[in-house]
Structure formats: structure tokens, C-alpha cells
Design a binder for this molecule. Structure first.
Ligand code: GLN
Ligand code: ZN
Length: 784
């Protein structure tokens, strides 16, 4: 062992340590960029609004990076990542690095600056943004590279090298992180006009020279490690795709020599074939695995791990907010030491910490006991290092004892365990829940009661949320206005929404959801088993963040949640008023979920709570109830082999909520996406009476499902206009859309409604748009 003294000049801290050859190393895959109080968000938005300069933005970013590096260094992290910061997205950063700017952004070469970069990300006055899509099964969204055979790749953004040098100047030697070349290509799409047969992987030879330039510069700057993120390795890949990894890293081998090279995978286990490809890659010295989600990888490692290579064991969960079970992790890590050798095991996170909240230190109001169960990114860095130190005999006994206590309290706490709920949920397993009558008979019974015209019109739920409305809700929450005043205000709001809809002559009304800030939070706040944070933000895309609720305990519904407002709204009109609920799968998928029981168990518990609400609404005289499942598709597992199991319990959960209502009660559901060709069977199996679904925004792709002959017998309302844009659609345009629907769907099942809720629109847009929508429906009724 060598004793070393390192002075981190900028941080004015003195690190004295003992570096043994046999020392256990620690590593973090990546870190949130937004800052503990979303500093980057505010700096970005202010820059975009022209309220601050590029310098101001760069200063905020540099401060964030330096504080993150400092924090990781102080915790003792051996391999601290750099280039995991981004002004928008790491895939877009890679596109910039490769100079793969689509021609429409008018880039003329040279280092890519903010103007071209943010135009690609967000569009500008004359050109729309590049497409954005979900990053694997997370709620993060990346900018999809558009590549064709003619793209000229050139080294056009030195960000990775600059960040490495920046950290080094601060006294921190980092492991620079790049999106790996093969995952980059597999995450891309062919540019417009490029024929479908074009193989993105054929570009490999063209992008590798740029990667080599970057690697050479990093080496010259003093880097000793480099990390390539190749998360595509966890997906279902063809032999041809796997072969691309072998080819890429063989080609890079020469350039990488002299460097330690880590290939990082995450979000699931690595399938057996991919594992053997990965572990045979040339020039690679370390492999990173997600051992939290990737339960099967462990068996592969036990079955054989290349000798002399490093295993980066992702034991600290980057996708959730729970404190690590340190004792269990130590067990696992000790087992791994036996396989790969003490000096070749590196303790790491399961994936980048980008997907968890930033720092528990900013939650002073959170209940103490619940807080002791949690770890956000800052705390996860400490966990990784505590584990690494413990394996070398430097165990922090107090830290481990506190962790063990917290786990014991979480297991037995009465706020977690609710015996009655456990039993009710357990009783559901193995049984099925369906309404007794089939959908056509139900629709008939409902029609007798509701007496709706053909092509009935409705909306999805929310009406515009004005500044005034948001202010009143805030003041009520902060106890600045009384309950009476609040109820009076909301009642007036509902009344005005009802009057507007009656004047527009809409058939099935909504109350407008003025009492809701968010469709999941609203229910979470009224259910037991949920906690809320003040600053638990997670990046969704660009500067946008979400603050998921935390489901920590068995879920139950102490009292009715929506009946008061829905019956008040129904009393204001003779027309049917839709009760409006969020479905169990959506509540689950948009929350941080318990890790001490399977997801489906939590989902069943939520389903039972929503079932109670559905039945209470029915008792209160609400004849139409909409149960939104906006996020059902989002929960699809990454690998096809797991889809059926997920869809089975997700759809079952939905059916549980409404299996107990009478035939005459009409159950609606709503979905915000249309690409459900692959899950259409499951959608039908949900057995809702009516589904309203996004359609206009996605060029009516939805209709192709029915064109291909899928029979749909329940009511269906494919959106007739896109609510994401302020544009007001004309009557003719809407009528045209409806005609296209009538070409593939029977007129007696078709509903007329917008794509989604109207919350983000202005009344000046909503009123004329809905007026045209009703006019279009009325014109077509006369033609049928
Ligand atoms: N009922 C909700 C609304 O209208 C649905 C929102 C959604 O689908 N995302 O706002
Ligand atoms: Zn929607």
C-alpha cells in the first residue's frame, strides 16, 4: 500500500488516503444535472427567454458540475464520471460531438454552439425541433438522431474533453462518459426520405473515426479510464446487431490501448448471448451491470467472468429513492469478490442517478421515519462508498447500524403494513374480474338511460387552468384562504365550465378538474401509503422535471375523493356528467414505487382503492365514469418476453376498478398515445365501454389498426384535434378527420372528442375549437 496526500486546491480540502492495490473501488454511472433546487432549469429557461446571457448559463452549469464532482470526491468515490452533465440531453450531445446536425438547422461547420444545439433540441422560429422519445423504460426523453447515408460525421463538439479538463483543473481526475457508438446508432432513426431498408449500423465505420479523435484527446489530457454507455445491450438484439459491438470495439482497440475501458449496461439484465458478446469485446477492461433490475445477470456472472477484468457491480438503485439494504449488498458483493477477485470488483450504481431525486437534505418537512428509509442521488453516492470501504475492512459501523435500523423500521412500521389491505389484495390473485354482461349489451342498456345522439361529443376532463385558479389552489394549500372560500371559488369555476359546455351543446360533460394540480398527485394526496417531497424532481426532458409521489405503504382510501365535486357538478346540469378518476396503472407508473413487494401487488392495492371510489360515484348518481390510463403503455417492460405478464396484471388491475358497477353505468378510459397496434388485444381486454384516445397529433396512425381489420365493438373516440398546439382547427378539418374514422369504424360506436385534456390551453382557443368540433359532429349526423 502507498500512502498518498492529495490537495484538491479549488475545494481547499485535504484528502489523505491509503491506496492499496487491493482497495475496493467505487464508481457512479452518472449524476443528475438539474441541481438540488433545479438551478439548471431556471438558468436554461431564463436564457431561452432572453433574460440572461450565455455566460450566465455557463456559469450556473460550471458551478453545478464543480459541486457534484466535489461531493463525489469528498465521499471517496474512486471513479467519478464527467460528461454526464448536459444542457439538454446526452444523446443530443453525442449528435453534436459527431457533427450529425440535420441540414435544416443550417450549421456550417465549426464547434457547435448554443444556437444550433438548442435549435435541434427545441426548434426555432423557422424549423421544428428534432423528435424526442422515451429513454428505454424511464420517464427521461432523449433527442432522436436522424441519420442517412450522406451524413458527414466530423468532430464538432469538444464537450467531453472540455469537461474532463475542467474537472482535472479542479483537482478531480474523472472517468469521461460517452454514449457508446453502437447504442448511439441503434437509438437513431433514418432521416426523412431515406428508404426504410437503410441500415443505421452501416454508419458504424463512419462514426468510429470521430470516437477515435475524442479518445485520443482524452488520453492526451491525462484520462486513464473511459466509460462507454451501451445500454442497448439489455434489449432483444439480433445476431447482426450484436456483431456490431464486436466490430466496433475491435476497430477501437488500438486507439483505446493504454486506457482502462468500461462498457456500462443498465435498466435490465443482459441476455445470455449479449453477455458473451460483451465479455469477449477486445480492448475492454471492465463491464458494468445493473444488479438491481437485472436479476438474471448474476447467474451469468457466476457461470463465467473473464479473468483479469473489472466487474462494476450496480447494486445501488439509480431508478428509485429507497435506501440501499447495505447488509444484503455486502453479501452480494462478497459473493462477487469470490468470482472476480477482490481487486477487480468495483461498487457502483445500477444506472445513472439521473433517474432519481437529487438530495434528501432539501426535504426538511418530510416525516422523519419515512425519510430514514430514503436515499436520493447525494445519499446514494455515500452508500456506494460506504459499501466499498466496508469491503476493505473500513466499515463505518454507525452508518451501517443506522441503515439496519431504518430497514427494520420499514419492515414493521404500521404506516407500511395494513393487514386488511394485504389480505384483500392477496385474495385477488389467481381470480379474474370482469363485468358480467358483454359490452354490446351494456352499451344498449346505457343508451336507454343516457339517450345520446349518434357521434356523441365529449372532452377528456380538464378545462383551462387560469393563473387565478392556480393561485387560489396554492393559497388554499398554504392555508391562506378558508375552506369555505376555496369551495365557493371552485364551485363557481365548475359552474362556469358546465355553462360553457351546455352553450357549446356538448353531450357528455366534465367538471373541468379545477381542484387538481396533477392527475396522480391529486389522488396520491388522498390515499394512504403515499408521501410527497418538496424538491424530489427528476428530469423528464430538457428543462422539464416531474416530482413523482412516493408509494411507501399499503394503499387504502380513507374516504371518498371525488364524489363531493362530481355530484356538485352533476347537480348543475341535466346532461350526464363524467366522474373523473386516474387509473391504478397510471398512478403506479408515475410514482416511485415500493421495492419490498412486486409492482403488481402495489397496483392491485391501488385498484381496490379506485374500485371503492367508482362504486361511491355510482351510488351518488354518476352514470358515466372515466378512469384515465394515460401511462399504461409506458410501463411495458423492455424485453418482449416480459410484455404478456405486465399487460396481464395491468389490464386486470383496470378491470378490478369497475367490475362491480351496473350495466347502465358507462365506464370510459382515456389514453394519450396512439401507437397501440402492438397492444390492441390488451386494450380490448380492458373491456371499457368507451375509450378516448390520442389520434390527431400522430397523423392518425391509430386508424391503421382498424384498417388492418381489428374488430372493435366498444365505444371509441379517436381525438379529432391536437390539444398541444394553440391552433384552432376548422369545422371542415374536424369533419374530414371524423370521416376518415367512419371509413374504418362503425358510426354507432364512434365518439367525438379532442386528443387529450384542455388544461394547458386558453379559453380563447378552447371555445372556438370545441364549437367547431360540435358543429362538425352535427353536420355529419345529418349525413348518416
Ligand atoms: N383527465 C385528464 C385531463 O383531461 C387526462 C390527462 C391525460 O391524459 N394526461 O387532463
Ligand atoms: Zn391524455
Amino acid at each position: 500500500c502507498v500512502i498518498f496526500t492529495l490537495v484538491l486546491k479549488e475545494f481547499k480540502i485535504l484528502v489523505v488516503g491509503i491506496w492499496c492495490n487491493r482497495a475496493m473501488a467505487s464508481h457512479i454511472v452518472g449524476y443528475p444535472r438539474m441541481g438540488p433546487k433545479r438551478e439548471l432549469k431556471f438558468a436554461l429557461e431564463s436564457f431561452w427567454d432572453g433574460k440572461s446571457s450565455a455566460d450566465d448559463l455557463q456559469k450556473v452549469a460550471a458551478d453545478l458540475r464543480s459541486s457534484i464532482w466535489k461531493q463525489m470526491a469528498e465521499a471517496g468515490t474512486k471513479l467519478i464520471p464527467s460528461n454526464t452533465f448536459s444542457y439538454y440531453d446526452q444523446v443530443l450531445d453525442t449528435t453534436a460531438m459527431l457533427g450529425a446536425v440535420p441540414p435544416r438547422y443550417g450549421w456550417n461547420g465549426g464547434e457547435i454552439g448554443f444556437d444550433v444545439y438548442f435549435s435541434m433540441a427545441r426548434g426555432n422560429a423557422s424549423v421544428p425541433a428534432m423528435e424526442m422519445t422515451k429513454w428505454f423504460d424511464t420517464n427521461y426523453h432523449y433527442i432522436v438522431p436522424e441519420l442517412g447515408p450522406d451524413v458527414k460525421f466530423t468532430y464538432a463538439s469538444h464537450k467531453a474533453v472540455n469537461e474532463y479538463k475542467e474537472a482535472k483543473a479542479l483537482g478531480v481526475d474523472t472517468i469521461p462518459v460517452l454514449v457508446g457508438p453502437v447504442s448511439y446508432l441503434l437509438l437513431s432513426k433514418p432521416a426523412k426520405g431515406v428508404e426504410k431498408s437503410f441500415s443505421l449500423l452501416s454508419l458504424l465505420d463512419k462514426i468510429l473515426p470521430v470516437y477515435k479523435e475524442v479518445v485520443a484527446e482524452l488520453k492526451a489530457a491525462g484520462a486513464t479510464w473511459i466509460q462507454f454507455d451501451e445500454p442497448k445491450l439489455v434489449m432483444d438484439l439480433s445476431a447482426h446487431e450484436l456483431q456490431a459491438f464486436t466490430a466496433a470495439y475491435s476497430d477501437l482497440e488500438g486507439s483505446l490501448s493504454g486506457l482502462n475501458v468500461l462498457i456500462e449496461t443498465y435498466f435490465a439484465d443482459v441476455p445470455a448471448e449479449a453477455y458473451s458478446t460483451l465479455t469477449s469485446l477486445k480492448g475492454v477492461t471492465g463491464f458494468g451491470f445493473d444488479l438491481v433490475r437485472g436479476s438474471k445477470t448474476l447467474d451469468l456472472i457466476k457461470g463465467g467472468f473473464p479473468s483479469g477484468k473489472y466487474l462494476f457491480a450496480g447494486v445501488v438503485d439509480g431508478r428509485n429513492i429507497w435506501a440501499n439494504d447495505l447488509a444484503a449488498s455486502i453479501n452480494l458483493l462478497q459473493g462477487l469478490e469470490g468470482i472476480v477477485g477482490k481487486d477487480k470488483l468495483v461498487v457502483s450504481t445500477s444506472c445513472s442517478l439521473l433517474h432519481t431525486a437529487v438530495d434528501l437534505a432539501n426535504e426538511p418537512k418530510l416525516d422523519k421515519e419515512i425519510k430514514s428509509w430514503l436515499a436520493f442521488a447525494a445519499q446514494k453516492v455515500l452508500e456506494v462508498n460506504a459499501l466499498a470501504k466496508s469491503l476493505t475492512g473500513q466499515r463505518d459501523e454507525a452508518y451501517f447500524a443506522a441503515n439496519a435500523m431504518a430497514h427494520a423500521s420499514r419492515k414493521s412500521s404500521p404506516r407500511v403494513v395494513n393487514q386488511a389491505v394485504q389480505e384483500a389484495a392477496a385474495a385477488l390473485k389467481g381470480s379474474d374480474h370482469r363485468r358480467l354482461t358483454n359490452v354490446s349489451a351494456r352499451l344498449e342498456a346505457q343508451q336507454k338511460k343516457l339517450n345520446l345522439p349518434i357521434l356523441p361529443t365529449t372532452t377528456i376532463g380538464s378545462f383551462p387552468q387560469t393563473m387565478d385558479l392556480r393561485r387560489v389552489r396554492r393559497e388554499y394549500k398554504a392555508k391562506k384562504i378558508s375552506e369555505d372560500d376555496y369551495v365557493k371559488f371552485i364551485k363557481e369555476e365548475i359552474n362556469s365550465v358546465v355553462k360553457i359546455q351546455e352553450e357549446l351543446d356538448i353531450d357528455v360533460l366534465v367538471h373541468g378538474e379545477p381542484e387538481r394540480n396533477d392527475m396522480v398527485e391529486y389522488f396520491g394526496e388522498q390515499l394512504s401509503g403515499f408521501a410527497f417531497t418538496a424538491n424530489g424532481w427528476v428530469q423528464s426532458y430538457g428543462s422539464r422535471c416531474v416530482k413523482p409521489p412516493i408509494i411507501y405503504g399499503d394503499v387504502s382510501r380513507p374516504k371518498a375523493m371525488t364524489v363531493f365535486w362530481s355530484s356538485m357538478a352533476q347537480s348543475m346540469t341535466k346532461r350526464p356528467m363524467k366522474g373523473m378518476l386516474t387509473g391504478p396503472v397510471t398512478i403506479l407508473n408515475w410514482s416511485f414505487v415500493r421495492n419490498d413487494q412486486p409492482r403488481f401487488e402495489t397496483c392491485y392495492q391501488i385498484a381496490l382503492a379506485i374500485k371503492d371510489e367508482v362504486e361511491d360515484l355510482e351510488k351518488a348518481g354518476i352514470n358515466v365514469i372515466q378512469i384515465d390510463e394515460a401511462a399504461l403503455r409506458e410501463g411495458l417492460p423492455l424485453r418482449k418476453s416480459e410484455h404478456a405478464f405486465y399487460l396481464d396484471w395491468a389490464v386486470h388491475s383496470f378491470r378490478i376498478t369497475n367490475c362491480g358497477v351496473q350495466d347502465t353505468t358507462q365506464i370510459h378510459t382515456h389514453m394519450c398515445y396512439s401507437n397501440f397496434n402492438d397492444i390492441i388485444r390488451s386494450i380490448i381486454d380492458m373491456d371499457a365501454d368507451v375509450i378516448t384516445i390520442e389520434n390527431s397529433r400522430s397523423d392518425e396512425k391509430l386508424l391503421s389498426v382498424f384498417r388492418e381489420g381489428v374488430k372493435y365493438g366498444a365505444g371509441i373516440g379517436p381525438g379529432v384535434y391536437d390539444i398541444h398546439s394553440p391552433r384552432i382547427p376548422s369545422t371542415e378539418e374536424i369533419a374530414d378527420r371524423i370521416k376518415k374514422m367512419l371509413a374504418v369504424l362503425e358510426s354507432n360506436i364512434l365518439w367525438v372528442n379532442p386528443d387529450c385534456g384542455l388544461k394547458t390551453r386558453k379559453y380563447t382557443e378552447v371555445k372556438p375549437a370545441l364549437s367547431n368540433m360540435v358543429a362538425a359532429a352535427k353536420t355529419l349526423r345529418t349525413e348518416l
